[in-house]
Structure formats: C-alpha cells, structure tokens
Design a protein around this ligand. Structure first.
Ligand code: C2E
Ligand code: MG
Ligand code: MG
Length: 707
C-alpha cells in the first residue's frame, strides 16, 4: 500500500514542514533529551521481567528473594518520574524558542521549567500510599504533563512579556536576581491559576485530572462485545493514545480486562484475548515496533548502521519493550510514524483473526507473559508452530508497512541535515574572521554539526581527504605564469567539498591549524620540487598561513626543515599571511615573519584592504608582495574611491619595491583598469580558477592572454 509514496524532495519537504512545527519539535526534542533516562528505565524492565524461569531462579538464588528491588529503584528514578522531567524540559524549550523571537524579553529557560514543574505538582493528587506519594509522575502522567508544560509556560511568558517593570532594572547586583524578580508576578500568577483550576475541579467532585482523563477514555468502550469491531477500535485508540504521549496500554487497561479477558478467565472461548493482542499485533511492543526495527535494517542495510536509537532498541524490543523507540526515535507526536504505528497493529489484528478463523492457526488455552519474545509467544499462544509462522507472516507485512515511512523519515533527516549544513556554510561566508569563535560552542544544530565536522577534520590528513589546488598568478603584460597559490581543499567522505572559509576557522578554533598549515607547506614544497625536477619553468609557489600559526615560535624552524627536506631554494616559496585583527607585534608575530623572510622565503600580505589592514604593517613586516583584496578589485571600474586607493597603493609599492597583485580579477575591463592604475599581476577567474596539479602544469606551459 504505502510503498507507492514517492520519496522526492517535494514529498520530503511536506513531511519536513509538518514535523518541524516548533511546538511538536520541542516536545520531541525533550523526549530525545530524556533518552538516557528512558533507556535506563527500559533496561530495568528487561532485568526484572526477563521471561526465562531459569534466569529468574538464578537471580533469586544469587541475590535473594528481593532481587527485583534494584530494577525497582532504577524504575522509580527514571520512568516513574518521566512526567516532571518532561515538563521541565518542554517548558525550558518553549522559553528558548520565546527568547530567540524576543531578544529584548529574554528569560532564563530554567526559570520557566521551574514554574511549569511547580504547576504540574500543584495539580497532582497525592496518593495514600507512602511508597508512591504521587501516582501520575511516570509515563501514565505524560499526556497531562505535556499539556501542563505547554499551557503553564505559555501563560507564564504571556504575563512576563507584559510585565516590563523589573526586566530592565539594571541596578540589580546579578542577572539571576533580575530573572528571579521579573519572574515573580508571572510565576505566582501561573501557579495560582493551576491551583485554582484544581480547586474548581475538586469543587465539582473531580478529585484527580489524570483519573478523569482516563475515565473519559474508557467510557466509549462500555457495552462493546468481544469481536473484531471492538478489537479494532481498541487497537486504534491505544495506538493513538501512545502517539499523543499517553501510555495507551495502561490507559485502556480497564477496557482490556472487561472486553478482552485472559484465557484463564474465559476458558479459551474468545479469539480476542490478551494473549492474542500481545502475541500477534504488538510484537516488539505497541505498534508492532519489531517490524519498525526490521524496516530500519532493510532501509539502511547499505549504510554503516541502522542508527543509534534503533541499535539500542533491539534488546528491549526482543522482550516487547519499546519505550526507547516510542520516546527516543521518537514516535510520540511524530507525524511521519503515526500512520504505520496505527495501521500496522490494525492490519495485523485482521490478518491474525482471519488466520485463526480459517483454522490455519490454532488457539491454545495458555496464558502468554507479555515479555515473551516473538516466535516463542506465537508458539505458546497457539500451542504449536502455526502461531510462530503467523508471527513471521505478520512481521513481514508490518515491515512492508513501516518501510516507506522509514525512508521518508531518513529523507527528512537528510533534508534537515543539508539545511543545517547550508546555513553553516552561509554563516561562515558572512562571519569572516570571527566564524570559528562561536561555532563549536553553540548548543543548536549548527553547533552539533560544527563539532562533528571538527572531529572529522582531525582525521582528514590521515584519511587523505585534504589536497591542494593551484591558482595561477599571471603577469598581464606577457601572459606568463609567475607564481601559483596553493589552496587547500577538503573532500569530506559524505558531504563532499567543504569550503576552506569554513574548515580553516574550525581548525583554528580546535587548535588543528598548525598540523594543516604544515601539511600544506609540505605538500606545496613537494609539488614545487616535482615541477622543478620535470623542468617546468620555475614559478614561485605561495602557501597560506593562518595568523594562529604565528603563535608558534618554532614555525620558522619547521618551515626551514620542510624546504630543506625537498631541497628547494627558499626564494621559490612565498608565504601569504592574511592581515587580520589577530596579527600582532606584541605576540612576536613580527619576529617570526622576519625570521622566515631572513631564510629567503618571500612574504605576501593577503587580502590587503580588507578593513583591518594598516599601512603600519608595511613598516613592520619585510613584505615582498601585497595582494589587493577582492572587495577593492570588484568595483575598480565603477568606484572612484577604489580607483584612488589602488593607485595610491600601487605608487607606494613601486617606491618600496613591493610587488602588487590583484586578486579576484574576473573581467577584461577590471584587468585593463588595474593595469592603467599600475597593477599588472593578476590572479582570478579571468585567467583561471584553482586547478589540479596536472591542469595547472598545462596552464604554466601554455601561458595566458596579454592585456
Ligand atoms: P585567499 O588566500 O585570499 O584565496 C583566494 C580565494 O579566492 C580562494 O578561495 C580562491 O579560490 C578565490 N578566488 C580566486 N580567484 C577568484 C575570482 O576571480 N573570483 C572569486 N569570487 N573568487 C576567487 P578559497 O580557495 O575558497 O579560499 C578561501 C580562503 O581560505 C583563502 O583566501 C585563504 O584565506 C583560506 N585558505 C585557503 N587555503 C588555505 C591554506 O592552505 N591555509 C590557510 N591558513 N588558509 C587557507
Ligand atoms: Mg591567499
Ligand atoms: Mg586573498
């Protein structure tokens, strides 16, 4: 059926839009954030309910009668308190969203989390049992918790935005106090509103909102018999409740007991029993999520893995525990998975019913413990192999239903990922020098992607993912290539080419630029050696160094070592230093550059005119070349100011015997104008982009047009 769904980008974008609704995204992200808590709880369930008698006996023998206490403790601290955990997390997420839209009205997210937590506790009904003071703190209370988180935080922020008196009170000694004081009115008001709500409910005789919600859920089933219709309505309702974050199985437990009793209670009279539903339509947990796991295997078999969440979910799923998938993937409030999550158990209920009705599968008068693994549970429920075969059949059908949705989900993830990547690249283009400073510390998707890229970058040299391209530098008077600039490239194994304006600042931030810089120097020297050995006309090889590399006192020695290793005359090499705010005489950068110049290596100041450049540097650094920045060159034909600046720099270079080169020369008009202003060395797309060594070699031999 669903396999007809097309997986083109338009389709994926639709699902992306649907699943990116900010509130849904916050609830899902909060579920995902709670993943470690949920996993710990799910494993505790497995430890306590492992359905093999020998295991249970062994645990009792080794740890004593009360061995299940350990799992109980873990459960009490994790799944049993999931509701407040989620309230806190969702409310903080809503506050962060609010802050990103209202920069002048920001509030500490923890404050909103705290108020929402208190609002939930206000409406909780204490239980009479001292061991569990509140009954609805766990998964069962999740639905109400999500609703409270959204309502209380929205109410809080609504009042907060209108209560401007204290927010701008700057005389306060600390930001924490400003947050606390400005949250007074909205905090008190929000908590009071929830208390009032509970008081009104009590007045009308409803003691507990959770119980009220659950009673309402069970009402429609009253009077329904044990038949296919009631089974389908039951499964549909249960799945839908799960999707909303409500523990469907527990919510409808009274219905289950009433309409679908245990085998023992009916003496094998009914087809639709607890064992039937557990064994045939919920293998791996509600939604028959064992099929979902199989769909992951099928869809992602060519990739390296099936995904972390799926991997972690395998073991619990064998025992029909799927909290990890329901909350970790998550399935809750995930519009992509709602269709198969509801459709699969409905279809499988029908197929199993037909199989039993037609006599293909028998029914055994045995109970089946809900944690019994698939195939064994089928054997137990039918008393023979027919039940297991039905389960295999059902698993195949279930996998086929889930598969297209897994593919859509993967596509949506890929789109999201590429969106973030595009954003990151655009950011790197616009942020210039400052890009690295704020990338890896960010807490959003851009931050995660930057950290992942930074990690991969550390391995890039070992994995041979870095290489150099060479851009010719041409004298427009004779068309000859006088030099080439080595430009580093990174071909990421999955994402393709990453622009240097992104990975160089990343490398600087994580302290990897020294390694990259030395690799570039070594590789460019190797190439120069190769060209000299092959008797290609000697060109000066330029390599770039980052200002951060100049912090290393040992740099001159290292560069000297590399040049010596390739047996080169230092005069054939040129080091390009990008002038930036970081270049400083206080930090000894001048001395390092001077030492390198003393070795015979030429020095070029790159991007001259970019803003921070000061003529003072010409006095401080022994410079052989100035490279005019693209921004000056770009409007040399239209801007009188650019023309005057370039003419002045050209004059200065002539008197100081410094070569002048114009970068980013893209048009003939620019070349002619620059020449008339006294600049005759060009580098830019008018001649050639950066080339592979072979193509660059051909360009050097051939030369270019004369202007
Ligand atoms: P840069 O050193 O100023 O290099 C010139 C950049 O301008 C290169 O971009 C080049 O491909 C591009 N370009 C050349 N001609 C034209 C043109 O006519 N039009 C336009 N629009 N662009 C042109 P690329 O390779 O992306 O490098 C960007 C920057 O990354 C470099 O600017 C340099 O600052 C840095 N970089 C590149 N390789 C290295 C390296 O090995 N080490 C260090 N530290 N930085 C490097
Ligand atoms: Mg450069
Ligand atoms: Mg440049």
């Amino acid at each position: 059926m669903a396999s007809k769904l097309k997986l083109d980008d338009k389709n994926a974008s639709f699902w992306l839009d649907l699943s990116s609704s900010p509130l849904l995204a916050i609830v899902r992200d909060s579920m995902t954030m709670a993943f470690p808590v949920i996993i710990a709880g799910a494993f505790a369930i497995v430890i306590n309910n492992f359905p093999i008698k020998a295991y249970q006996d062994m645990m009792t023998r080794v740890f004593g009668e009360r061995w299940k206490m350990f799992g109980g403790y873990v459960g009490d601290g994790t799944l049993a308190v999931l509701a407040p955990v989620m309230v806190f997390s969702i409310a903080s997420g809503i506050a962060e969203l609010h802050n990103s839209c209202h920069r002048l009205k920001t509030i500490h997210p923890l404050m909103v989390g705290l108020i929402s937590f208190c609002s939930l506790m206000v409406i909780m009904e204490p239980s009479s049992d001292a061991a569990t003071p509140f009954l609805w703190m766990g998964i069962h209370g999740l639905f109400v918790a999500i609703a409270v988180a959204i309502m209380s935080s929205k109410l809080f922020l609504w009042i907060y935005d209108r209560n401007t008196r204290l927010k701008f009170f700057t005389a306060s000694p600390s930001a924490v106090m400003i947050n606390a004081f400005s949250s007074l009115a909205p905090g008190i008001a929000t908590i009071f509103v929830f208390a009032a709500f509970k008081a009104v409910m009590n007045y009308f005789g409803y003691v507990d909102i959770h119980k009220l919600a659950y009673d309402l859920l069970c009402k429609p089933f009253v009077g329904m018999g044990n038949n296919l219709g009631s089974a389908l309505v039951f499964v549909l309702s249960r799945q839908f409740l799960w999707f909303l974050g409500i523990h469907g199985s527990n919510a409808l437990e009274p219905v289950m007991t009433e309409i679908f009793p245990t085998v023992a209670a009916t003496g094998g009279e009914f087809i639709f029993t607890r064992a039937f539903l557990d064994s045939y339509s919920t293998m791996g947990g509600s939604g028959n999520t064992l099929s979902l796991l199989l769909a992951f295997f099928v869809a992602r078999r060519r990739e390296r893995g099936i995904g972390v969440v799926a991997e972690i979910s395998i073991l619990p799923a064998l025992f029909n525990i799927n909290e990890t998938l329901v909350f970790g993937l998550p399935i809750v409030l995930n519009p992509i998975f709602i269709i198969p999550f509801i459709a699969t158990p409905i279809v499988l209920t029908v197929t199993s019913y037909l199989a039993i009705l037609s006599g293909l599968v028998s029914v055994a008068p045995t109970e089946v413990v809900w944690t019994t693994p698939a195939l064994i549970s089928g054997y137990a429920a039918s008393g023979n192999i027919t039940g297991s075969l039905l389960q295999v059949f059902n698993l195949i059908i279930g996998t086929a239903i889930y598969l297209p949705f897994v593919r859509i989900s993967d596509r949506v993830q890929a789109l999201k990922f590429h969106g973030t990547f595009k954003e990151l690249v655009e950011l790197s283009y616009t942020m210039g020098d400052n890009v690295g400073a704020s990338l890896v510390n960010r807490t959003d998707n851009i931050g995660s992607l930057s950290r992942a890229l930074a990690n991969d970058l550390l391995m890039s040299i070992k994995k041979n993912e870095l290489y150099l391209e060479y851009q010719p530098q041409v004298d427009c008077r004779d068309g000859r290539v006088h030099g080439v600039e080595a430009l580093v490239r990174w071909k990421h194994r999955r994402m393709g080419r990453i622009p240097p304006c992104l990975f160089i600042p990343l490398a600087e931030e994580i302290g990897f630029i020294d390694e990259i810089g030395l690799w570039v120097c070594d590789e460019s020297c190797r190439q120069e050696r190769e060209w000299i050995d092959r008797e290609i006309k000697t060109v000066v090889m330029s390599f770039n160094v980052s200002v951060k590399q100049l912090d290393d006192d040992g740099l001159p020695e290292k560069i000297a070592g590399i040049i010596k290793k390739w047996n080169l005359d230092p005069h054939v090499m040129k080091m390009e230093v990008t002038e930036s705010t970081g270049l400083s005489s206080d930090m000894g950068h001048n001395d390092i550059i001077r030492d390198i110049k003393m070795m015979g290596v030429n020095i070029a100041i790159d991007d001259f005119g970019m803003g921070h450049t000061s003529l003072v540097y010409l006095k401080q650094f022994p410079v052989s070349m100035i490279k005019l920045d693209g921004s000056l060159v770009k409007d040399v034909t239209t801007s009188k100011i650019s023309m005057d600046i370039i003419a002045t720099i050209s004059e200065l270079c002539r008197s100081m015997d410094i070569q002048l080169l114009a970068e980013f020369v893209e048009t003939e008009e620019q070349a002619i104008k620059l020449k008339s202003l006294g600049c005759c060395m060009f580098q830019g797309y008018l001649y050639s982009p950066a080339l592979s060594p072979e193509n660059c070699e051909a360009a050097i031999r051939q030369g270019f047009r004369v202007y």
